[in-house]
Design a protein around this ligand. Structure first.
Ligand code: NDP
Ligand code: GDR
Length: 381
């Protein structure tokens, strides 16, 4: 009888949305999971605290290492120590709008950080042992050249983030072709969850509207609400990241739902889950979202702070980007055909889950505020 040895995975960006779901997923599969966390002045491990294990006990299967994608020697040392079977490179400065403000840092971490990892694998002679997943992105398509976008659609990046990720995409392909490394790009379209960072559009909306419903904020200030995105659930997408590394041959895959909606539609759904019907009026930067009706949900008013006629959504040009990606729609046919992957959670179900999560948090904050605790929950960051 052969005994299957336990696999070891290393995740950069383990403290992020995807990293936390992927770590849970791999632990369930029996992996030993190592994650790289950044040093910060405050704790930044909230998304993985529930899977933390005491490092003093024998057989702990979840281990965190301090590190940074900008530090070659640190990455090399961690790889040498961990000797991973699989590396998932999810770490990145991942905010598109922020990349216009910090373009050089974004290039260093998102582009050169990927090269540093690949070089470390090679330097340590791990090419035949270690499989590599690169978190590529639908932002590569930018100014779209074809609808829907698939693996063969030409790239046209529209932000420093996307340009940096384009380097990372091609250096991953190059190391596969040049050195025979098992390396894949997952070209993932937007995916969200209650763990999504609070300044990405879906979470900003669900959290902002829940706060407004509970009287903690008064208005949601948005950028381009005509923007169209193909949104899926992060849990479905991390499963696919793992599947890509289990094939005989490394390949790149588009991961998407194949359905797109506008940001405005996502705002309307989120309001509906709070029992609020919104009416949009006006054009361009003068467009506003007005409360048209308020209903109970399961016999309860979830937005007690609102009344019909309140303006709760406004446009703020500060949130427009110097160059926008107006529309993204993925074609996941290859992933479906070759890997049998289909997303299990619809965008509507995901929106409901996110609103319920943020409403619970807003209620807790409203209670604390009522009892005199000084808390700030602004969505304007
Ligand atoms: P998050 O922003 O939630 O997480 C990013 C992670 O990277 C965090 O753990 C962050 O650490 C870490 N990180 C940031 N800078 C560095 C650095 N210099 N060194 C090491 N780690 C760093 O992103 P997501 O989980 O949403 O996305 C995961 C990856 O997938 C990213 O690379 C993103 O660009 C890409 N992607 C995401 C999509 C999406 O829709 N979510 C779609 C397509 C691609 P900290 O917690 O300390 O900030
Ligand atoms: P994106 O996600 O740029 O697609 O990148 P984000 O949620 O930030 O924006 C989606 C769209 O919404 C528009 N928008 C706003 N966006 C934000 N953040 N805040 C606003 O107030 C606002 N108003 C309108 C944006 O202009 C955009 O069109 C995400 C990140 O996770 C990347 O790391 C990843 O690679 C891509 O998804 C796929």
């Amino acid at each position: 009888m052969t005994t299957q040895t336990k696999k070891t995975a290393l995740i950069t960006g383990v403290t992020g949305q995807d990293g936390s779901y992927l770590a849970e997923f791999l632990l369930e599969k029996g992996y030993e999971v190592h994650g790289i966390k950044r040093r910060a002045s405050l704790f930044n491990t909230q998304r993985v605290d529930h899977i933390y294990e005491d490092p003093h006990i024998d057989n702990a299967r979840f281990k965190l290492h301090y590190g940074d994608l900008s530090d070659t020697s640190n990455l090399t040392r961690i790889l040498q120590e961990v000797q991973p079977d699989e590396v998932y490179n999810l770490g990145a400065q991942s905010h598109v709008a922020v990349s216009f403000e910090a373009p050089e840092y974004t290039a260093d971490v998102d582009a050169i950080g990927t090269l540093r990892l690949l070089e470390a694998i090679r330097f340590l002679g791990l090419e035949k042992k270690t499989r590599f997943y690169q978190a590529s992105t639908s932002e590569l398509y930018g100014l779209v050249q074809e609808i829907p976008q698939k693996e063969t659609t030409p790239f046209y990046p529209r932000s420093p983030y996307a340009v940096a990720k384009m380097y990372a995409y091609w250096i991953t392909v190059n190391y596969r072709e040049a050195y025979g490394l098992y390396a894949c790009n997952g070209i993932l379209f937007n995916h969200e969850s209650p763990r999504r960072g609070e300044t990405f559009v879906t979470r900003k909306i669900t959290r902002g509207l829940a706060n407004i419903a509970q009287g903690l904020e008064s208005c949601l200030y948005m950028g381009n609400i005509d923007s169209l995105r193909d949104w899926g659930h992060a849990k479905d997408y991390v499963r696919m990241q793992w599947m890509m590394l289990q094939q005989d041959k490394p390949e790149d895959f588009v991961i998407a739902t194949g359905v797109q909606y506008s940001v405005r539609q996502f705002i309307s759904w989120s309001a509906e889950h709070l029992g609020v019907t919104l009416r949009f009026e006006g054009q361009g930067v003068d467009e506003v979202g007005i409360v048209a009706a308020i209903e109970a949900r399961n016999g309860e008013i979830l937005a007690p702070a609102l009344k019909v006629g309140d303006i709760i959504v406004k446009i703020d040009p500060r949130y427009f980007r110097p160059a926008e990606v107006e529309t993204l729609l993925g074609d996941p046919s290859k992933a479906k055909a070759k890997l049998g992957w289909v997303p299990e959670i619809t965008v509507q179900e995901m929106c409901e889950e996110m609103v319920a999560h943020d409403l619970e948090a807003a209620r807790r904050h409203a209670l604390l505020k009522k009892h005199g605790y000084d808390i700030s929950v602004s969505s304007e960051r």
